[in-house]
Write a protein of this length. Structure first.
Length: 54
């Protein structure tokens, strides 16, 4: 049974770390490449959403 963590930023970070540790090295590299490629676009979209809310 998976652990249930709170949805605060620390809980999200700990969950991400646990998932990262379980990934094989090749999948870690793929994830890093995808983050480098798509991360800025995702961050920009989140900022635009936040601005639209205000």
């Amino acid at each position: 049974m998976p652990r249930i963590r709170p949805t605060n930023p620390l809980g999200v970070a700990l969950t991400a770390y646990e998932l990262w540790r379980r990934l094989p090295p090749k999948q870690r590299q793929r994830l890093l490449q995808a983050t480098r490629k798509h991360g800025p676009r995702v961050a920009q979209a989140l900022l635009e959403r936040r601005r639209a809310r205000r």
